[in-house]
Design a binder for this molecule. Sequence first.
Ligand code: HEM
Length: 103
Amino acid sequence: MLLDLYGTDHDPKIWGNPYEFWPERFDKRKENLYDFIPQGGGDIKSGHRCAGDLLTVKVMELFLNALANKISYTIPAQNLSYSLAKIPTLPESGFIMQNVKRK
Ligand code: HEM
């Protein structure tokens, strides 16, 4: 069995304008334990949700903060298209960053 993550994440019944990049949509959304499920759903204490969930999310927060606020870089022309037939999928070029410097 394969959970249709792409279909669920693009269902207009759940997400208004699902193809629009609109991170603010999460500001007012009430979270529940089945919203964010790359590491399983439900309660970490009573179910089988990944034991590394909190640690992994913290590492992602630190990494994204560094990427957005602590370094500068340029993005050369590259092929950022990706296949929906691969799991996991990635941009064809990977993600090439140049002139990476600490801010
Ligand atoms: C991107 C990183 C990670 C992903 C995507 C991931 C994903 C998952 C998934 C899908 C499960 C199964 C959940 C279920 O059965 O419903 C799982 C279980 C588990 N994960 Fe992770 N995991 C990650 C990182 C980690 C890390 C860093 C640790 C330890 C430090 C960890 C420890 C565990 C353990 C012990 C279980 C078994 C939990 C149980 O069966 O009660 N994982 N993980």
